[in-house]
Ligand binder design. Structure first.
Ligand code: FAD
Ligand code: NDP
Length: 343
């Protein structure tokens, strides 16, 4: 079993920013980047997109994959040890914390590693609807992030649709109204879930239209490689009446699933499953466990905000390690693992 001062779990902008700071601080961080963890390649959500145009430092935009490769290289340059394995089990009940990888996590197996501090940067996944045509037109008209993709030319002065009735749907629709000729929000029930203030703002918006009791059933578009979506089939949930509407953009705002599987019974989560952090910090409910990125942020969910919180987590972890002292290597005893009393 190997011991590290600090382990980072995740591989998106939050994880790599934390790794860059911690390796420059000579804390020899170890980063588990995952092997298709949560169905996403190492590098996280940005590996599933094309151009990223709102990450500072790239005036001409940068490919999502390329941006993550650059971050990974920067982490390695300062000495981060990157391990391409998924952490499948974490024991945060005492320090040093213990972790197992999916290669060897059978009951009774020895942990792969122990650590004095752990940074959780496992991210989140935007929910999809699996509509017919979704796979074909994903990123060719369909997106799960209006703030990320709304400004691209294919949406300019075109009819756009948003699915969802929460605050994200309201916020995204009003954002998209700057670009599209109109924005229609499809709400499956007869009311919005969004907060009163957001709902009122959406309903009063001159370029937004809300269609209650309506769901999308199919995405239709150009029949050629990289063809764009052009229409949407929608259905009334009241009388099942179907209709095909012009639609050049479709934005999903049906919620996200934070990747909390590792810690959900150990760390305090909010009612939607996001890790609760002390405002302005990355502190979780367990001392020595820090969280950053989308797994603790249901409001902003951007690469740059993830990177920002990754920096916060690194600085918090560095301070924690300095104040708590270095843990002795763990020793297995009859009653568990003996930890450094200084921690
Ligand atoms: P994520 O990017 O969610 O990555 C976390 C990764 O950690 C996982 O994907 C997985 O590989 C790894 N992991 C998870 N669990 C484990 C485990 N147990 N063990 C080891 N590894 C694990 N934002 C922008 O600012 N601009 C954009 O243009 C933009 N475009 C986007 C386009 C799309 C299609 C999507 C889906 C998102 C987009 N975003 C964009 C949002 C942005 O990608 C996210 O806000 C950001 O990636 C979140 O970063 P994160 O560090 O929290 O983790
Ligand atoms: P929510 O879970 O609040 O809303 C998801 C919406 O999607 C609901 O209206 C839901 O419908 C709908 N939906 C879910 N599945 C489907 C489906 N299969 N087909 C059609 N519609 C579907 O997610 P949000 O991302 O909007 O918000 C998450 C959290 O973040 C909330 O706490 C929110 O307040 C907060 N937030 C706050 C913001 C702000 O204050 N400005 C901005 C963004 C988010 P139904 O209602 O029928 O379940």
């Amino acid at each position: 079993m190997v011991h590290s001062k600090v382990v980072i779990i995740g591989s998106g902008p939050a994880a790599h920013t934390a790794a860059i700071y911690l390796s420059r601080a000579e804390l020899s961080p170890v980063l588990y980047e995952g092997m298709l963890a949560n169905g996403t390649a190492a590098g996280g959500q940005l590996t599933t997109t094309t151009d990223v145009e709102n990450f500072p430092g790239f005036p001409d935009g940068v490919g999502g994959q390329e941006l993550m490769e650059k971050m990974r290289k920067q982490s390695e340059r300062f000495g981060t040890e990157i391990i391409t394995e998924t952490i499948s089990k974490l024991d945060l009940s005492q320090r040093p914390f213990k972790m197992w990888t999916e290669w060897n996590d059978a009951p009774g197996s020895e942990p792969a590693r122990t650590a004095d501090a752990v940074i959780i940067a496992t991210g989140a996944n935007a929910r999809r609807l699996n509509l017919p045509g979704e796979e074909t037109y994903w990123q060719n008209g369909i997106s799960a992030c209006a703030v990320c993709d709304g400004a691209v030319p294919i949406f300019r002065n075109k009819p756009l649709y948003v699915i969802g009735g929460g605050d994200s749907a309201a916020e995204e629709a009003m954002f998209l109204a700057k670009y599209g000729s109109s924005v229609t929000v499809l709400v499956r029930r007869d009311k919005l879930r969004a907060s009163k203030v957001m709902a009122e703002r959406l309903l009063a918006h001159p370029k937004c239209n809300v269609r209650f009791n309506t769901v999308a059933t199919e995405v239709i578009g150009e029949n050629k490689p990289n063809g764009l979506m052009t229409h949407l089939r929608v259905k009334s949930t009241v009388d099942d009446k179907e209709e095909i509407v012009d639609a050049n953009g479709l934005f999903y705002a049906v919620g996200h699933d934070p990747a909390n599987g590792l810690i959900k019974e150990q760390v305090k989560l909010d009612e939607d499953g996001y890790i609760v952090t002390q405002p302005g910090t990355s502190y979780t409910s367990i001392e020595g466990v820090f969280a950053c990125g989308d797994v603790q942020d249901k409001r902003y969910r951007q690469a740059i905000t993830s990177a920002g919180t990754g920096c916060i987590a690194a600085l918090d972890a560095e301070k924690f390690i300095a104040e708590a002292g270095e843990a002795q290597p763990t020793v297995e005893t009859n009653d568990g693992y003996k930890t450094n009393p200084a921690l």
